[in-house]
Design a protein around this ligand. Structure first.
Ligand code: K1U
Ligand code: ZN
Length: 183
């Protein structure tokens, strides 16, 4: 198994619409196992293949405290969503350190294939519902911050840029911003 590098917002590859998984091969089984390891390591409660630059309709989710209830959803589809909506605080491993409220349907019914290729259906509410909707959004090229105001989005981009710069060595920082260090 392996930890996979994550794409970070505003990387344009996060906008790719993922293609259906046509056959469950060893590569798909390996990808699901590596995604689960990456999600647990982060730590997170979900991960979409899009976030590891694999543009296939595959997500992993585990909202249990003990990390014992892994769900692998291949070609997931929302069959129905409740009219009742609820606000929920969301985070994203591709938008590190940013949390904000998103309003979504409270209850959903989802259909997906498992790693054996069998179709199954689940009813989800609470964090599981929020997480599955968030991950399916990733497969459709959407990121949770897209629902926030333009002002919030530009503040988030500025904060992430600052975080990224802070992680660079002083030499790399001088190379990318020579003027700021010339005086
Ligand atoms: O898709 C992702 O980036 C994963 C994301 C899923 C998610 C979380 C909360 C609401 C909606 C979607 C995360 O897992 S962010 C990290 C997080 O929320 C968390 C981490 C450890 C324990 C509990 C939650
Ligand atoms: Zn996310």
């Amino acid at each position: 198994m392996a930890l996979l590098p994550l794409l970070h917002y505003p990387d344009p590859r996060l906008r790719t619409v993922a293609k259906p998984v046509s056959e469950i091969t060893d590569d798909i089984r390996q990808l699901a196992a590596d995604m689960a390891e990456t999600m647990y390591d982060a730590p997170g409660v979900g991960l979409a293949a899009t976030q590891v630059d694999r543009h296939l309709r595959l997500i992993v989710v585990d909202v249990s405290e003990e990390q014992t209830d892994l769900l692998v959803l291949i070609n997931p589809e929302i069959l129905s969503a409740s009219a009742e909506t609820k606000p929920h605080e969301e985070g994203c491993l591709s938008v590190p350190g940013i949390y904000d409220t998103v309003i979504r349907p409270d209850h959903i019914r989802v259909r997906a294939q498992n790693l054996e290729g069998e179709w199954f259906e689940i009813d989800a509410d609470g964090l599981l519902s929020v997480c599955i909707q968030h991950e399916i959004d990733h497969l459709n090229g959407k990121v949770f911050v897209d629902t926030l105001s333009r002002l919030k989005q530009s503040r988030i981009q500025a904060k992430l840029l600052k975080q990224k710069r802070g992680k660079k060595s002083p030499e790399a920082e001088r190379e990318s911003h020579p003027a700021a260090h010339d005086f």
